[in-house]
Design a protein around this ligand. Sequence first.
Ligand code: NAP
Ligand code: ZN
Length: 367
Amino acid sequence: MAAVAIQEHEPTQKALGWAARDDSGILSPFHFTRRVNGENDITLKILYCGICHSDLHMIKNEVGLTSYPIVPGHEIVGVVTQVGSKVNKFKVGDKAGVGTIVGTCGACPDCQDDLEIYCPKASHTYTLFPTSDQPKNYGGFSDIMVVNHRFALRFPDALPPEGGAPLLCAGITVYSPMKYFGLSEAGKHVGVVGLGGLGHLAVKFAKAFQMKVTVISTSPGKKEEAIRLLGSDSFLVSKDSDQMKAAMGTLDGIIDTVSAPHSINPLVDLLKRDGKLILLGAPDLERPPELQVFPLIMGRKMIAGSAAGGLKETQEMLDFAGEHNITAAVELIPMDYVNTAMARLEKGQVRYRFVIDVANTLGFGSA
Ligand code: NAP
Ligand code: ZN
């Protein structure tokens, strides 16, 4: 597979997005260019784009990687408007999704293993690691996207695109480790920590895998929805030490989606022998979690991390979601609500994913 970096002098077309210019993270309209559709590309008219907590981390430069201006958005569903001459996978009018990456080296072990997300040269949907030899990428808070067809996913007809958009990051980010770490086996008991965008989809996938699910949350007010709407079997308030103590040694695995620094030792205690704690959240890098090793040793327990999955697995996840009718619970918002949405996301005031109605509202508001 060939690399997909483009040349600086390639012809371009106009695009409109919303960008943050500094670490205030405030987004406002931004005119930029995208390459014209190449022979291996498709062009999407973006319909919907989810707001991932990673977008919030990035617009505020919370992980120190941000290159401004940044147009965030990596949970993209659009309709195909142009198809390159070498593309068979899509036709004009199809719905397609784009997640967190839009290019890779194609040659490294990660690419060869269909785990492109781990490719050291991966080109992210909006640039994370700027280099002088790669043009800057802008994300899905924008009107159009031009993408090499290999990085676009077929979006299931059965799913509503606004509810399905968050699958492109939140969905695959929980699905991939559940599959890889054996936390998708019917009858096993999984804990989901943090009932937000990732967490509520983890509950939905786990129930589709016929697992027993316990949500572990800081928000007692989410208990009823977790059980009644999402199908969780039980709910623990993580700040309630009696509840946590009573549940010690009960879980085969935990998917931890918390977006802020938090204590992980009480989570390790919830695991059975050989249990696995999978960390997905990307909180403050300057405040790494404290870890007591003894409980790991005594229970042969494992702590791991995981990024969004590879392209093949992302397609598999979308198809599985289509078959099991798995979508995110979304609050659909107009583009000019995005700054309010980011402020609410920061305070945990969303159930459970903001999705921007890009096609109908981009360009109609002001910052
Ligand atoms: P989100 O919707 O904001 O959900 C995060 C949840 O974490 C909240 O709903 C809340 O759940 C819990 N939480 C927040 N602050 C907390 C605190 N101080 N202590 C304990 N719990 C807290 O975020 P998201 O979009 O699901 O993303 C979650 C994290 O995953 C983010 O850090 C994001 O950057 C990261 N992420 C990683 C990958 C990857 O590749 N690994 C991909 C996407 C996102 P409760 O109210 O239930 O406690
Ligand atoms: Zn994301």
